[in-house]
Design a binder for this molecule. Structure first.
Ligand SMILES: [Zn+2]
Length: 233
């Protein structure tokens, strides 16, 4: 009884709030409230055949992608944007871990886990990593790793150049901005492997495309991608 009472006492002083809607969390709710969990805009792309998966189609003719997956649809001014903001700018890495674990479990239930040998997050440049203190894609990779029971590595890929923000660039500019900035840091770790490449948000897909191309060129067997959210074009 005492631990539960103590937890209630602590939450009276420091009320835990939902990371998506900022409402207080109920007992047993884990970072995201039940209402939000029920109402998040899930893509369910893993349930679609490839030809009907709009995310998969965006990579056609650019780079071969085995599974193109995104947990949520990115909608401005809603819960998803709030979650991503908490993750990236408020240091709430639990957002990545919780969503990664939920999604990983769902993908495992759908039978996808045997298609992945290694989970690799899109890396930040070391200077940005030092400034922010964490890579927002790492926590998502870590959560996915738990849910899928597939190992992850933060050091397989490296970002060699510090690039400008992608935010105000169009598709071609974004591609040119990232096309040559990634390299495989540990070729032995990825040769012959089926890699699940992960990032927080997919907008044009240029970053994931650049990473996938580098991984495949270095000898990885196939690449799948998964993001927390993807924006419509
Ligand atoms: Zn909520």
């Amino acid at each position: 009884m005492l631990p539960a009472l103590f937890a209630d006492f602590v939450s009276l002083i420091f009320p835990r709030t939902c990371l998506a809607c900022i409402e207080p969390l109920g007992r047993g709710e884990d970072h995201i409230c039940t209402a939000c969990r029920a109402q998040l805009p899930y893509t369910d792309y893993h349930k679609l055949p490839e030809k009907d998966n709009p995310l998969a189609r965006r990579f056609w003719g650019k780079v071969p992608v085995r599974h193109a997956l995104s947990y949520l649809r990115f909608l401005r001014h809603g819960r998803v944007q709030h979650l991503l903001h908490e993750l990236k700018y408020q240091g709430q890495q639990d957002v990545g871990r919780v969503l990664g674990r939920w999604y990983g479990t769902e993908l495992a239930t759908a039978g996808l886990a045997p298609d992945f040998d290694l989970i690799v997050p899109v890396p930040l440049h070391r200077r940005k990593l030092a400034k922010r203190g964490f890579n927002q894609s790492d926590s998502f990779a870590e959560g996915l790793s738990l849910g899928l029971e597939v190992p992850w590595s933060a050091h397989a890929l490296r970002r060699t150049e510090h690039t400008d923000s992608q935010t105000r660039k169009n598709r071609t500019e974004r591609w040119l901005n990232v096309a040559t900035v990634f390299e495989v840091a540990k070729p032995a770790a990825i040769i012959g492997q089926r890699v699940l490449l992960v990032d927080d948000v997919l907008t044009t897909g240029a970053t994931l495309e650049a990473c996938a191309a580098v991984l495949l060129a270095a000898g990885c067997r196939e690449v799948s991608i998964a993001t927390i959210a993807c924006a419509d074009r």
